[in-house]
Design a protein. Structure first.
Length: 300
């Protein structure tokens, strides 16, 4: 199929009529019908049928529509990239962060940095760990911020801060808690689990196995702040990173670090052949400051 044929098919499929697609593409209805007819002849299949006056896609059209949507998604991405070429200098920072750091730490660092450098623009993605690496390889971000990144020959890693895992709970559920919570205290407790925990989920699960502590995983999810939200609603305890705990805690929701301590490193990752620009280095300094703050820091 030529791109014009894909464009016509996609328009008819999404809009649901030839007349509507013709208006959207700013062409005549007969011209659009001719392209569709030629496309069906070339493919040797029917893409649409008339049923009670309505144009209904065939099964083959549904299958083709999935691929066509991907073509247009990539085209939109290409158009955005082309439109931003003039910003791809030291005045534009493309950042990818894990969701827990995208909740408060990264926004705070960005806002503070822009008060000092208002001409700088940002493009921010929140991605899980595997997707962070993919974003770097596909060059859709300049730097990625995550936890305990595994070694890779193409990646450079730089530690920005240390962190700990914490147990999050409603104060009414653990009224006499101390400064830390022993991991054994989670024995047979309802816990919000991580279906794809990444390095921090692996760290926690290894320690459970080492100490032979059994928990009841009552809900599984993929994001720490969703786990914390479930805890707030009374679904069970959750294990979160300290940055999520810092951003979400309060109003009856509390957290404590664990014993033994389960520590991890917050790391900046970038491709070996694409080190951070001087401006990006300045932003990383601001990010380190935000990572080290406790409580609810203010912009300024």
């Amino acid at each position: 199929m030529r791109f014009r044929q894909i464009e016509v098919f996609h328009a008819i499929y999404t809009i649901g009529s030839i007349s509507g697609a013709a208006r959207a593409l700013h062409v005549s209805q007969p011209a659009l019908s001719k392209v569709l007819q030629h496309t069906e002849q070339r493919l040797g299949i029917a893409l649409f049928r008339r049923v009670r006056g309505r144009l209904v896609p065939t099964d083959e059209a549904h299958a083709l529509a999935i691929e066509a949507a991907e073509v247009f998604r990539r085209l939109t991405s290409l158009q955005k990239a082309a439109g931003k070429l003039r910003f791809l200098t030291d005045g534009h920072i493309r950042l990818a962060v894990v969701p827990s750091l995208g909740l408060a730490v990264a926004p705070l660092a960005i806002a503070r940095f822009r008060t000092q450098h208002p001409q700088v623009t940002f493009e921010v993605q929140t991605l899980h760990h595997d997707d962070l690496f993919r974003a770097l390889y596909e060059r859709s971000c300049d730097i990625a911020i995550g936890y305990d990144a595994p070694p890779h020959p193409r990646l450079q890693r730089r530690t920005l801060a240390d962190g700990e895992l914490e147990v999050m709970f409603r104060e009414q559920d653990m009224p006499d808690v101390g400064e830390r919570v022993a991991l054994q205290a989670l024995q047979d407790r309802d816990l919000i689990g991580m279906t794809t925990g990444g390095p921090l989920g692996d760290l926690f699960n290894r320690e459970l196995q080492r100490l032979e502590v059994r928990v009841r995983e009552v809900v599984s999810n993929q994001t720490f702040y969703i786990a914390a939200g479930l805890t707030r609603c009374g679904a069970g305890l959750s294990i979160v990173d300290e940055f999520t705990a810092r951003a979400i805690g309060g109003n009856g929701l509390a957290s404590r670090p664990l014993t033994p301590a389960l520590g991890f490193k917050v790391q900046c990752m970038f491709l070996e052949d694409r080190p951070p620009s001087r401006l990006t280095e300045g932003f990383l300094t601001q990010l380190v400051t935000a990572l080290g703050e406790r409580g609810a820091p203010a912009i300024g």
